[in-house]
Design a protein around this ligand. Structure first.
Ligand code: FMN
Length: 209
């Protein structure tokens, strides 16, 4: 098995997924990796909803697509490539994002990552679920499964959470569509470390990178 650094360096958004079923023992391994993550106060206020049947996935995908059509699509069309990308790569990313938008519900498994987050969720709330989300993405990659951290359904959070059938006091923070990837895992590209790291004073380069 690949070492953890190789897994991290090749855990990319895999948006083109085969419809082939994912064995239950692999889903269990991914979920177990998820609940290894730290969370505030060790309170474990997380819940993970596993969806395989199409009905609910299709109902949520309607909101995911509406958010693309009204917000994300136009934003992609008018934004420059981010650090670590270039116009050609950014165009491919846009195409992949559009592909997932059309095929979201076809991913054989979704893991919907939720929190019982109380009446006033904040940035601190999210900090108690995203480590679990990242653990699951890394676990999926290590098992040869593709996924993408998706949050766009939250642009219509009330409607999407209702479609997911979440009870009051529970919110979704991420949906991981999981399946065997059509393409190959490639290296992650985010730009140079020196663009993002400062030393002692904001803006001062960190000489070690
Ligand atoms: C907080 C967050 C939310 C994201 N939401 C979505 C999403 O809703 N749909 C999607 O296709 N990708 C989503 N992504 C994936 C990013 O767009 C992806 O990491 C980026 O395109 C870079 O791709 P790469 O990881 O393959 O380099 C999200 C990533 C993060 C961290």
């Amino acid at each position: 098995m690949a070492d953890v650094f190789e897994i991290m360096h090749t855990t990319r958004a895999m948006r083109r997924l085969k419809p082939d079923p994912v064995p239950d023992d692999l889903i269990r391994k991914i979920l177990e990796a998820g609940i290894c993550a730290a969370n505030g106060g060790n309170a474990q206020k997380w819940k993970f909803l596993v969806l395989k049947k199409p009905e609910i996935k299709k109902a949520v995908a309607v909101w995911y697509k509406k958010a693309f059509d009204e917000v994300i699509g136009p934003r992609y069309a008018s934004s420059p490539p981010p650090p670590g990308s270039d116009p050609a790569k950014f165009k491919r990313q846009h195409a992949a994002v559009e592909y997932l938008t059309e095929h979201y519900h076809e991913a054989p498994v979704w893991i919907v990552c939720c929190l019982e987050d109380g009446p006033n969720p904040s940035r601190m709330s999210g900090a108690s679920i995203y480590p679990a989300v990242q653990n699951m993405l890394l676990a999926a990659r290590a098992l040869g499964l593709g996924s993408t951290l998706t949050t766009r359904h939250m642009l219509f959070e009330k409607e999407a959470d209702a479609a997911l059938g979440l009870p009051p006091g529970v919110r979704s923070y991420a949906i991981l569509p999981i399946g065997y990837p059509m393409g190959k895992f490639g290296p992650v590209g985010r730009g140079k470390l020196s663009e993002f790291v400062y030393s002692e004073t904001w803006g001062q380069p960190y000489a070690e990178v």
